[in-house]
Design a protein around this ligand. Structure first.
Ligand SMILES: C[S@@+](CC[C@H](N)C(=O)[O-])C[C@H]1O[C@@H](n2cnc3c(N)ncnc32)[C@H](O)[C@@H]1O
Length: 270
């Protein structure tokens, strides 16, 4: 892990607008998150990401920065091989992840503005990058990834969809735990006026120990960019961009595209 100086040409980012509404799932309902998407479901994906880091990093990867680390469900697998630093906007999600991954470094931060002034062999922007709903926010997140990727290292972006793979749809699911249970309906749709975004409306039914049921609606505003836009933005930072089509085990992600940014070894300090 290196330590770039502030004069390395990467601009200090202005703070983005923090008035964006925080989805309930990452705030007051964060404790329910593992019942919506259990850690066991992430093993295959995590294995895929580790292989991609190992195949494309110019040296054996040892450190990872996970931007938008959520419950730490991917990191729970990667931490066996990589020393992980986990960053999320939400204190409630960081608290959840700390319980699962107490051995990992946890920091609160915004992927559109974070500057730690150190670099990592791998930088992961998993499904959280889907919350970049404007081209400007996406460019900021990619610039953050570049600023934290070591020379010869790899940034990996896994949006839920690119424009070419998006399809409106619904999914249902949920799980039981001791004394409580969650069921959800996920409804993805693109408003007629949408330029670079789509909406995921979530309905949660939460049953607690006393058998009482709560129902919540939670709207998630997501970004939608073509593969060409992704590659252009990744390339514009100084990364060598690469798109890889993968068959995914995650719901709604069949035929997903993983985008990589390979940071050159030479000339990467400018
Ligand atoms: C679906 S969860 C990520 C789950 C994660 N991949 C895991 O392994 O558990 C999405 C996360 O993105 C975070 N997030 C959304 N916008 C963000 C931003 N601008 N910067 C950092 N984190 C952000 C949310 O707080 C939330 O925890």
């Amino acid at each position: 892990m290196g330590s770039p100086k502030r004069s390395n040409g990467v601009p200090e980012m202005a703070e983005p607008d923090r008035s964006d509404p925080v989805p309930l799932l990452y705030g007051e309902l964060a404790d329910w998150y593992p019942l919506l998407t259990p850690v066991d479901d992430y093993a295959d994906e995590a294995g895929l990401y580790l292989r991609l880091f190992e195949d494309h990093c110019r040296h054996a990867p040892r450190t990872l920065l996970d931007l938008g680390s959520g419950g730490g469900h991917v990191a729970a697998y990667l931490k066996a091989t990589l020393r992980c630093t986990l960053v999320d906007l939400s204190p409630a999600m960081l608290a959840l992840s700390r319980r699962l991954n107490p051995e990992c470094e946890h920091l609160q931060g915004d992927m559109r503005a974070l500057r730690l002034w150190r670099t990592f062999d791998g930088v992961l922007l998993h499904d959280a990058v889907s919350y970049m709903a404007t081209r400007e926010d996406l460019a900021r997140a990619i610039a953050t990834a570049y600023a934290h990727t070591a020379p010869g290292g790899v940034a990996l972006f896994q949006p839920d969809f690119v424009a070419e793979t998006f399809a409106p749809g619904t999914e249902t699911g949920g799980n039981d735990a001791e004394g409580r249970a969650l069921r959800y309906l996920e409804w993805r749709w693109a408003p007629a006026s949408c330029g670079s975004s789509y909406v995921t409306d979530m309905a949660y039914l939460l049953r607690d120990t006393n058998d009482a049921l709560e129902v919540h609606h939670d709207r998630h505003q997501m970004g939608l960019f073509s593969q060409a836009d992704w590659l252009e933005l990744i390339g514009a930072t100084g990364f060598q961009p690469l798109a890889i089509a993968v068959a995914h085990s995650s719901p709604g992600e069949a035929g997903a595209v993983v985008l990589l940014g390979l940071r050159p070894v030479m000339g990467s300090e400018s």
